[in-house]
Each structure stands twice: as C-alpha cells, then as structure tokens.
Design a protein around this ligand. Structure first.
Ligand code: 3H9
Length: 698
C-alpha cells in the first residue's frame, strides 16, 4: 500500500489516514492509497465503518495541481469518489484545516461528515480556470439546493464549518482531535443503527432560471469562462440522472483543462507563491520590525501607516504642521473605520490602534527608536534627499531607511546618506492598505538583510512582494509608461480612447488605460511628460491633445472632467465629446489621416508593447524572472488573472508570433518598436519565458 495513506484498525472501525504533506493534495499515490485502504477495510473481517482523516494541517487541499496538464493517471478521482460512496461499510470523513476542491469531493462521497469548528471547506476550482471535477457540482446541489451550490462554486469561496453545516454540507461540527472525534461519531452511528447515506441517491435539487443565471455569472466573470460553465454543470445535476450528470461535469472539466485560461490561472497560483521565494534570501535573517516610522500623511503615507497598524506594528507618523498632522490622523481613522465596518477588527482593537499604537508627531526625534522608516513625501529628488538627511541624523543604527518613490533613483537617494547599505525602495500602490502589490526596490548598495527585511515587512502586511532593480519606474511603472504610449499612438492614428478602453476591458482588464488616467489624475501624466520632455528622443511620438484639457484645469475624475465626464452620484463616466475634437486638431496639425482599428489589433499592439518592454526589463535584470513581471501586472495594474500575466500571455501566443508582430509594427515606427534583445534571443533558441522561470528555480 502507498506510504501516503496509512491504515489502522480500531475495534470495528478502520482509520484511513492521508499523509501527504504539506496539505495532503490528492496525488496519484494518495488516490491509489485511498483505493487500496477501502479494499483492505472491506476485506478486513469485523470492520463495519471507515473514518477518513488527514494528517498535518489539512484534511485535503484538493487534487494535486502539479499533475494538471500531464496525462491523467488512474485511479481517477471521480471514480475513486464513487468507489468510496458505494462501499458497503459506513464511511465517515472527519475534517480539519481545509477541505478544498477534490478534498471536499472525497468528503462528500463519505456517508457522514464531521468537522472542526475552525475548519473551512470550499470548491475553489474556478480560481484555477476549472470546475469541480469529482462530483462536486452534482453532490453539492443535492445537499444545499441549486442557488447555494451556484454561489459557492462560482465564487470559489471558503466557508467556515458552521456555515457549511447550516447549508447541509456537514452533519456535525465538533472540537477535538480529528481522529478521536471521527471515531466517536462512527461508533455512535453504528450503535444507533444509522444507515449508509450516499449523497448521489438524494433527490436532485429544484431547477432555477438557468439561462439567466449563466448570463449573470458570465458577465460577472469579465471574460472568465469557468464560473459560467460551473452553472451548466450544476444544471445537469438537476436535469440528468446522477451518473449522466457526472459525465457532463467530467466533459466540462476536461474541456476547461485544455484552455489557455486554465494554464494562465495555474501559472498565477504557483507564481503568487514563488514570487517572494528568492534563493539569495534563503537563511538571511531579517531585521526587527516592531515599530515603523512613516514620513508624510497623505493618501499614500496614511495607507502605509494603516497597513502597518493592522499588522500589529507601532507606527510613528511625521507631518510638518498641526493641520497636516490632524488631516493625516483623520485619514488613518477613516481607513481604520472601514476595517471596523467590514468586521476586520473589533471596536476595542480599533480604539487601541488609533489611540495607542499610532503616534503622529511633527518632530523627527520621535523616530529615534523605530526599526524601519518609510518616506512617502512629494516625488522630488531634492525633497527626498532632505528627508533622508534628517533620517540619517536621528534614526538608530541598523534602522532600515525606505523610500516609497515610484520612479526616482534609489541609488542616488541612498548615496545622500552615510549608510547606503540600509537604504531600500518600498514601492506601495495606492491605497496602500488595500492594494496587494509591493515592489521591493534593491539598490546597488542595499545590504542583503535589508532586502530580507523589505520582504518580511511585505509578508507581515499580507502583500505580494516582488524584487525590482533601480530604473525609472522600476518594473510596473516603467512597463506601464510604454504600453500607455502604445495606446496614445493608436489614438493619434485613428482609434478613439473609448474604443481602446472598451477593447481592453473586453480582454479582461479591470479598466482601460484612459479611464485609469482619469482615476489617477491627468495632472500626473502631464507632469511626467513635462519632466521627460528635455530628454526626449526626436523620434518619440507623444500625443499632446490631452495637455490642452489639463491646461483648462480638467484632471479627470477629481475635477469631474477628463477623457470622460463624471456626474456626481453616478458610477463611471460618459465619453467627453471634447476629446475627439482635440484629437482631430492634433491629427490635422501632424498631417495624420486617421484609420480604423479592430478591437483585436488594439489588444495585440497594447500587449506587444507591454511584453516587449517587460522583456527589456528582464534583459536588464530589473526583474529577475518573467513571473515577477507577471505578478506585478496582476496585483498592481488590474491585468486579468486568467491570462496569468503578460509573459504567460506571450508564451501562450507563441513568442515567435509576438516578435513578428513587433517587427511589423516597427516598419511604421522603428524607434518605439525596437524589439527587446531577450525576446529575439528566446525566439532564436526556441525557448519561452516559462523556461527562464524554471532555470531560475533550479
Ligand atoms: C481540484 O481539486 C480538482 C478536483 O475538483 C477534480 C479533480 C479531478 N496541489 O498556499 P500555501 C502547495 S483542483 C499541489 O503556501 P497556505 C503550495 O503550492 C484543487 N500543491 O499554504 C505550497 O507549495 P510550496 C482545488 C498544493 O497555508 C504548499 O502547498 N484546491 C496544493 O497559505 C503550501 O501552500 C485548491 O485550489 C494543491 N492542491 O494555504 C486549493 N495546494 O510550499 C489550493 C497547496 O512549494 N491551495 N499546494 O510553495 C490553497 O488554496 C492553499 O494552498 C491552502 C494552504 C489554503 C491549501
């Protein structure tokens, strides 16, 4: 029998224990082990019941995701689940930790389920571009009804055991050692003469309006197909006999397994975990992180302070005047009130964070004991250097000095102190207590334990941390500047900003680039254009029509007018008619005859610009791995998760095709579309970005 599943006889009950750390994923060896254990129990004279438990921190976290995309190996999970359910013995699942995906499906094929109060269950397959494929879509609605099954499966959310029990998924919730609790329950069931209770034999759920539900779920998925397909699988559970419904579920599951979306989402799952796992940080001890200084209490500084407070750190925030200090405290209070309202913290905790853990001061001396200080002041090198000079003077030895700059040279900032080895960039995204991304910008002289401390802080704040090198804009903003320019060029050549936004939202972006500019404030781009103007290459095409709008004081959402017009109380905006007039005037001035763009060409050019710049960022070592770029775009820039990130998207398209498109665009604008040397190299060698990820992991 497989060493992944242990068998032990306890009186007339067989205990079957899954032991496949860290999370008991259902690898082939586990499936075979479970199968053999059921055979053994049934052949073991006197055994009347089986209790299935998991060793370690989970019952079962689901199918083994590392096996996906490889040829399936027997025994297949749906067949195993049916085999467990069909056993003549009474089967009890005793669940602790998480029971997810195939793990819950195994539990649902048992005849009774008992769970620890703290445990969680769920069918998160949609987050991997799949649907439950071992009976989850057929058994759950038989227990909960169709509506609840749809909500649970299409959201993929984890349910706490008491809620799952209320829904009918779990029979009993009881605290204790999972094996002891399971055994006692099995004994009790045997003594009471309880019968086997196969879920597949329960009557099907009542039907609902399937087409309306399908359409609603499809729309909510913004291009993601698996949740909508899950609706069709649940529909089958109400319309077909169990075995036929199971076949339908299997067909949909296998179809989804072949999709690009499945590839993209599984890439995202593993990359999310690999991204902060840097070989150079292995064994490096981070510095202390108990008390944090924050310089500047604007939206960014207040967000960073809030995140640190919520993570249990003490925060000293520095502002320059009474008014600014009061405003900063108010912003933090507003953020914490939001956390209180959402039930993330209690009233007592809220009060302690605001009144005890937070100190707002106008005196840099208050920073003398902090472990790490993050500067979040105005983006101006002279201002930053002044702040770092003051920090250098007051902060204790070993204190990490971090800048939240989004594009300035961290090497130059570091050089302005006497301790450049303690200086690092920590680039948060606004609002900093909400956005998941943190770019950890490692400067030339940053000490390795300071880098480790940056990652440790990010982890404590629940962020996805990505290592970045120093350049204008680091990973994310540098790439953004280029694909944003590609969008600008398309406007000059004839596509409207509104068509571009629509095409990219259809591709799966949370927002189009022009709506994003309105949200960020058009003054930001305007200032950047002015800053870059003196160094601009003569062949660089930069649209200036939007500067006319800025000159009139229209900066997007905050002024009510930008690419779109925003009315108070209404979500989103309507296209601003002035924009096309301004574009037309610029086209006439430049002698451009506008042409039509298909949505497909818009997406292609936008994506090619993104991939090409990302390949340059990689080639220069600003990002170490393609997956680092993918995670930056996914967690900081609203990139659709189901594509896995731009590098994964490029691999899926085929790098040869991406390069060919870039080269064809270069015939119109050779300066902008200079192919990245790394991209050319990969194409010449027949390799992919994913190959680079794998080489780095070795
Ligand atoms: C499915 O079940 C399909 C079926 O319906 C039908 C089949 C026919 N497989 O996240 P962590 C690894 S689809 C392989 O850092 P946490 C993970 O990569 C599956 N490996 O810990 C990591 O490895 P490493 C449905 C897995 O405590 C390590 O375990 N299930 C799997 O923060 C620790 O993970 C899911 O989608 C897996 N299934 O969170 C659940 N799960 O140490 C996916 C984890 O090398 N998993 N690993 O980096 C999760 O949501 C979280 O991992 C979990 C633990 C909540 C379990």
């Amino acid at each position: 029998m497989s060493d992944k599943v242990a068998y032990e006889r306890k009186g007339d009950v067989a205990v079957v224990r899954i032991q496949n750390p860290p999370v008991n994923a259902l690898s082939q060896a586990v499936r075979q082990g479970l199968w053999d254990a059921m055979d053994r129990a049934e052949a073991d004279e006197g055994v009347r019941a089986v209790v299935i438990v998991g060793e370690g921190r989970a019952f079962i976290a689901g199918a083994d995701i590392t096996e996906f995309g490889k040829p399936p190996m027997e025994p297949h999970l749906p067949v195993l689940c049916n085999r467990i359910e069909a056993s003549p013995l009474l089967v009890v699942a005793s669940m602790h930790g998480v029971s997810l995906g195939g793990g819950l499906e195994v539990a649902l094929s048992a005849h009774y389920r008992i769970a620890q109060p703290s445990s969680r269950v769920g069918l998160p397959e949609v987050h991997l571009g799949l649907i439950p494929g071992a009976g989850g879509t057929q058994r759950v609605p038989r227990l909960t009804g169709a509506d609840k099954a749809i909500e649970m499966i299409t959201s993929g959310r984890h349910l706490k055991a008491p809620e799952a029990a209320e829904m009918g998924l779990i029979d009993r919730v009881e605290e204790g050692d999972p094996e002891a609790v399971g055994l006692a329950y099995a004994q009790e069931l045997l003594e009471s003469g309880a019968e086997r209770r196969p879920v597949s034999e329960l009557p099907p759920a009542d039907p609902i309006d399937w087409d309306a539900t399908y359409e609603a779920v499809l729309k909510k998925g913004r291009g993601q197909i698996s949740p909508a397909m899950a609706v069709r699988a649940v529909q089958a559970a109400t319309e077909l006999p169990f075995d036929k419904g199971l076949e339908r579920e299997r067909d949909i599951f296998l179809d989804l397994m072949k999709t690009d979306q499945r590839q993209g989402m599984i890439h995202a799952f593993f990359s999310e975990r690999a991204v902060s796992n840097l070989p150079e940080l292995k064994g490096v001890e981070p510095r202390a992180l108990q008390s944090i200084g924050v310089i500047g209490g604007g939206t960014m500084g207040a967000g960073i302070a809030t995140a640190c407070l919520l993570a249990g750190m003490e925060v000293v925030l520095i502002e320059m005047s009474d008014g600014a200090a009061a405003a900063a405290k108010e912003r933090i209070a507003g953020n914490l009130a939001g956390a209180l309202k959402r039930g993330k913290i209690s009233q007592e905790k809220h009060d302690a964070l605001l009144n005890v853990a937070l100190e707002v001061s106008q005196n840099y001396d208050s920073l003398k004991d902090v472990d790490l200080v993050i500067e979040a002041v105005f983006e101006d090198m002279a201002v930053k250097k002044e702040v770092f000079g003051k920090l250098d003077a007051v902060c204790k030895e070993g204190c990490v000095l971090a800048s939240n700059t989004s594009y300035l040279d961290v090497d130059e900032i570091a050089a302005s102190t006497k301790r450049p080895e303690d200086v690092i960039g920590l680039h948060f995204f606004s609002p900093a207590h909400v956005m998941k991304l943190l770019e950890v910008v490692v400067a030339d002289k940053t000490a390795i334990d300071v880098t480790a401390t940056g990652f440790a802080l990010g982890k404590a704040l629940g962020k996805i941390c990505v290592r970045a090198g120093v350049c204008d804009g680091f990973i994310g903003n540098r790439i953004l500047a280029v694909y944003r320019d590609a969008a600008g060029h398309m406007v000059l050549d004839g596509a409207s900003p509104f068509q571009i936004d629509k095409a990219l939202v259809s591709f799966g972006f949370a927002m189009g680039p022009f709506a994003v500019s309105d949200l960020a404030g058009l003054d930001i781009g305007w200032a950047t254009r002015k800053r870059k103007a003196p160094h601009r290459h003569p062949d660089e095409r930069i649209p200036t029509y939007i500067d006319r709008l800025c000159e009139q004081g229209h900066f997007g959402q905050k002024t009510g007018e930008g690419y779109y017009i925003y009315e108070k109380g209404k979500r989103g905006g309507t296209p601003n008619p002035k924009i096309m007039e301004l574009v037309k005037a610029e086209q006439e001035e430049l002698g451009i005859t506008p042409r039509d763009f298909s949505d497909e060409e818009i997406v292609r050019r936008y994506m090619c610009a993104m991939v090409n710049e990302a390949a340059k960022v990689l080639g220069e070592g600003i990002a170490k791995r393609p997956l680092d770029v993918d995670m930056v775009l996914l967690f900081g820039y609203g990139f659709p998760r189901y594509w896995g990130g731009p590098m994964k998207w490029a691999d899926i398209q085929g790098l040869e095709k991406v390069l060919a498109d870039i080269e064809s665009y270069a015939t119109e604008d050779a300066w902008f579309w200079q192919p990245a040397p790394l991209l050319k190299e990969l194409v010449a060698e027949g390799r992919t970005f994913d190959d680079l990820n794998k080489e780095y992991a070795k």
